[in-house]
Structure formats: C-alpha cells, structure tokens
Design a protein around this ligand. Sequence first.
Ligand code: NAI
Ligand code: AKG
Length: 528
Amino acid sequence: MSFNILIADPLSEEGLQPLQDAENMNLVIETNLSPEELESKIGDFDGLLVRSQTQVTRNIIQKAKNLKIIGRAGVGVDNIDLDAATENGIIVVNAPNGNTNSAAEHTMAMIMSLSRKIPQAYYALKNHQWDRKKYVGVELKNKTLGIVGLGRIGTEVASRAKGQRMDVMAYDPFLTEEKADKMGIRYGSIEDVLKEADFITVHTPLLKETKHLINAEAFQQMKPGVQIVNCARGGIIDEEALYNAIVDKKVAGAALDVFEEEPFHDNKLLELPEVFATPHLGASTIEAQENVAIDVCQDVIGFLMGDLVRNPVNLPSVPNEIMSKIEPYFNLAEKLGSFLIHLTDEVVEEVNIYYAGDLSEVEVAPLTRNTVKGLLTRHLGDHVNDVNALYLAKRKGININENKTSRTRGFTNLLTVEVKTATETRSVAGTLLNGLGPRIVKVDKYSVDVTPEDHIVVIYHQDQPGVIGRMGSILAQHHINIATMQVDRVDIGGEAIMMLKVDRHMEQKELDELKSLEEIHEVTAIDL
Ligand SMILES: NC(=O)C1=CN([C@@H]2O[C@H](COP(=O)(O)OP(=O)(O)OC[C@H]3O[C@@H](n4cnc5c(N)ncnc54)[C@H](O)[C@@H]3O)[C@@H](O)[C@H]2O)C=CC1
Ligand SMILES: O=C(O)CCC(=O)C(=O)O
C-alpha cells in the first residue's frame, strides 16, 4: 500500500528526508496553490503537510475524500478547520516543540530592538540621517516584562529576560504563585501585568477567549510609555486599538511579527515610526524548520503505518507509559462495541462503559473512543474512526458515560459496555486473559467464554430438552459447521443463551429458519 502526501507550504528539505526515505510515501511538493487549486487536487491525497500559510478550510476538507492526516509543521493550528477535520475523521498533528527556541529568541530580538530603537536608527542611517538624539533608548535591566501566556515560548522568554536582569511577571490561567516562585518570576493577574509592565509580550494561542485580549480597555490600564511585542498570533492584540494607543502616546513602541491579516501589502500600523515588524519570522530559522518538519513527518509516517502519533491536536495525547498499558485493550474495546450493537435494532440513547480491575487505574479515554467506534461502525460505516467517534455519537444524540468500578467479577480486568434504548438495556463484558488474549465473558446476564472474532451466533431460547439438537440439525442441513458452543441459563427451564462459533457467515434465510423454532426467542449473527 502506498500513500500520496501533498506538501503545500515550503518545508525544510532536510526535515522532509524521513518522508523522502519512506518506501511507500509518494511526495508531491506544490506550494502557493490557490484555495480553488487545493480543493481540486486534495482528493488524491492521504496526507497534507502545511506551515501557517495554507488555509485548510472546511471546503477543502470536504473535498478531501482520501485524506487521513494533516500535519502542521509548527505550533498554531488556527489555519486548519479542526472541527471539520474531526468531523471527517482526519487526524491533525503539529510540531509543538521544534520552534520554541527560535520563537523565544525572535521575541528577545524584538524586545531588545524596541528598547534601543535599532530598526528605526538603521532605517534613518540608510536614509542618510545621522541622528543620535532621536534614538536614545532604555535599558532592560530592572524593567518589568509582562508575559501574557506562559507556555513553552513564554517560559523560554521568561528565562532569557531574567538573563537580561529584567523583573519578569506573568499571567497564565495555569500559572500559580508557587510555580512562579519556583521559576523566579512574579505571578500576576492579567490586570496586574497590564498595569505594572514596561514591556508586554503575548504568547497565547489565538482562541475565542484570546481574540483582542489586548484591546482599547487593556491599553487604558497600561503604564504610559509601555512597549508591546507580539510574536504569537495576529488578533490577540486589537490592531486598531494599538494604532490609537500609539497615536495617543500611551504606547511608546511596538514590535510585531504577526498580524490580523497575513500576508499583507499595507498595514497602517507600519506608517507609525514607533512600530517595526517582521513578516511572521518567529520560527524561520534553519534549526526550527528542520525540527518541525522532522517531527511532523515522523508522525505522518507513523500514523499512516498504523502507529500512534506523538503530537495529535484533535485527539488527546496520551503519554507513552500509559499508552503501553492500554494499547492491548484497544481490540477488545472495539470488538465489544461491534458485538453489542448487533444485539439491538432500536435507537441507542445511552452508552455506559464500566472499567474494572487494572482498567480502573489507567487513563481510559482512548478505550472509550475505540468502544464507540465499534458501536457506530455497524450503521455509519468505515469512516468512523477514533478521531470522529465521540463527535459522531454526540451528533446522533447518544450520551456516552465512562465509569470506573471495583466490580471485577473475579477477573483482573473487566470492560463492560451497556447500551440503553427507549425500551431495553443490553450489555456485554470482556476481559483480556493473560497470555490468552481477549474474551467475551458476559452477555446480558449470562456468563460465557468466547473469543471476540469470526462468526458468532447468539441465540436466546427456552431451556428445555431437544432445542440444541433441533438447532444443530438445521445448521447441518445448511452445511454450517459449529466450531465452539457455549450455553448458560439463570433458572432451570427459563431463558437460556447459546453462543455458537460457526465457520462461515450465516445468511438471513438460515437465521430465519432457526428463528422459526418455537423455543427460540432471538437469533443474532455477528461477524467480528
Ligand atoms: N511567530 C511565530 O512564528 C510563532 C508563533 N507561535 C505562536 O506562539 C504562541 C505560543 O506558542 P507556545 O508557547 O508553543 O504555546 P503553548 O500552548 O505552550 O502556550 C500557550 C499558553 O497560553 C496560555 N493561555 C491560553 N489562554 C490564555 C489567556 N487568556 N491568557 C493568558 N494565557 C493564556 C496557555 O495556558 C498556555 O500556557 C502560539 O500562538 C503559537 O502559534 C509559535 C511558534 C512560532
Ligand atoms: O510556519 C511558520 O513559520 C509559522 C510558525 C508558527 O507561527 C507556529 O508554529 O505557530
């Protein structure tokens, strides 16, 4: 099997080497495609790699019939419609670590250039103006740097600014006073940071909550003469408000790497002498580009070859040590879901998943996704995958509940799945037997021991002599060989279950013949 990968933005050649070297990956490099060109080509590709330039819109994703993975060589994924990707079962991966250093260094370069007005002084010299008075700067030492967003890049900026002997203060919803103390910086609310900082640098993602986080009201709260840096995302700072704050002399200078609209030819902020800018160069170093391309290529190859990805954006990332504990249960979880959905023809309203024993001690979200994938595939087909399973369940109005319990029924691990419809509740439980693999150990209230694979026939019948023989005869007439057989009941003479493993798929008319026996209540054939 081979995969077609489209590289739609310029990526480091060295960084692309893992993909070039992979035997079954066909790389097509076509940058600067218009949205229409990308829409018309994307149907041929299994993977798409971009930086921040290409907008991967819902329209493009809807045309991407074969697309399985979108790799973003960088951090911000605001150029990718994540909802559309998730709904269509396309995994998005990024490279969150490879450009942190470069972005932090660029931020420091911006802060230092701002403090000494280096770009303006150079520009004047180029224009034959030797002016030493106009370009008097300020020292960074003892000035307060306010960092909004103390993630990977914000943290690196903090440690570099401390090296400049700045007084560093930060706001981040995940920052506590204790963590700040440990880092040797000051903790503040957003208001504290706005009020006290001489330089403010933003390092948040662009989200609904951070759009225009730094707006006219925020500028009002700042010290006169404050200087502003944005090397994160255009739109975190309201450009109109920044323009006005500079014209009103509230803000003394601004250094911008990112803009509300990119790329641009004109931006009125650049008409102001207090402003200098770079065209989104934060991650543009040889090292960062190589790092992010390698990281994203490895995830794309890994994913297409059936491995786990390290940096998923639209799936929670699970640390390796946890993944190694739960991975053996993936197959069991999916098979239990596929099995159970065949036991009801009614609309499923609720799914309860119970994790017991060893499973009650680990992160089980990936198992829940696999179970739901198994449940939904019967009716929604193969496009259900672990990326979109929970989204599709929600869209169908199915409530999914995850529970951890101590009820192991004597097994070291037990996964029980229960579906509720308007009129019935059906359930199946399975375990992973040490060395023997997955087993179905309970169906509704009956105990069984069946491997969840091949052709299973579940028969509910009256517990009375002769039923098994009559069923056996019908199967024999159709040349259906019984591989294994299990029966269980709760009360003598009451309802009983029979679980058959047969050697081939059973046709509807064969099942109808079984159902026509008076003692039989329900027959379900399940091909797992
Ligand atoms: N200019 C460039 O070329 C580059 C830009 N970036 C951008 O830099 C930004 C930061 O990247 P990383 O540090 O890697 O991300 P990160 O995810 O490690 O850090 C973001 C931090 O922002 C915080 N945050 C979220 N909402 C906030 C709010 N309302 N107020 C304060 N903090 C908030 C989060 O808690 C998190 O700690 C992203 O927007 C990314 O796209 C990243 C690399 C290069
Ligand atoms: O691809 C680039 O150079 C942009 C990097 C960036 O903005 C990011 O990683 O978020």
